[in-house]
Design a protein around this ligand. Sequence first.
Ligand SMILES: CC(C)(COP(=O)(O)OP(=O)(O)OC[C@H]1O[C@@H](n2cnc3c(N)ncnc32)[C@H](O)[C@@H]1OP(=O)(O)O)[C@@H](O)C(=O)NCCC(=O)NCCS
Length: 150
Amino acid sequence: MHVALTFRPALDSELDWCAQLMAANDPWLTYKCSVQWSMNVLKWPGSSLFIADAGKPVGFILLHPRGFLGSPYIAAVVVTKEFRGAGIGSGMLTFAEGIFAGSRHAFLCVSSFNPRALALYQRHGYVKVGDLPNFIADGYSEFLLCKRLR
Ligand SMILES: CC(C)(COP(=O)(O)OP(=O)(O)OC[C@H]1O[C@@H](n2cnc3c(N)ncnc32)[C@H](O)[C@@H]1OP(=O)(O)O)[C@@H](O)C(=O)NCCC(=O)NCCS
C-alpha cells in the first residue's frame, strides 16, 4: 500500500479520536486503560501530539522532549489497524528523531507482550536498556529502550 503521508500537530478537536484509538488498541487494551485515562496521557504538560495524515488521520505519536531523565521520550505511537504494515509507524519514528535533533538519546517503553513493536524499534536502532517486571500489571514487563542520536 502506498500512502502519501504528512505529519502535523494534532488539532484540539482530534484529541478525542486519539484517546479512543489508544484505549481500543494494545498495549492499552490489555492494561484496561480507559479513554479518559488516555486523554490525560495525551495532555501531558510539555508534550507534543502529532498526527500522521494520509488525507485523514491514520495514527499519532506523542513526544516529550524531556520525558525521561530530561531526555526525549516517545510516550505513545499508534497506527489505525487498516494502515499498519505500510511504513507509517516507521515514518513516525523518523519524524520523532527530526524533532529530537540535537539530543544525545531518545527513549521509549514497550510491553513484553508486544514483540512486533519491539522488532520495529530494534530495526530503528533502539536498544533494550532496562526491564521493569510487573510495572503496570503483574505478569508483564515494560522494556525501556534507548537510541543514541548523536
Ligand atoms: C506498532 C505500530 C505503531 C507500527 O506501525 P506500522 O505503521 O504498522 O509500522 P510499519 O509499517 O512502519 O512497520 C511494520 C512493523 O511494525 C511492527 N508491528 C507491530 N505491530 C504490528 C501490527 N499489528 N501490524 C503490523 N505491523 C506491526 C512490526 O515490526 C512490523 O514489521 P513486520 O511486518 O516485519 O512484523 C502499529 O502496529 C500499532 O499501532 N500497533 C498498536 C499500538 C502499539 O503497539 N504501539 C506501540 C506501543 S509501544
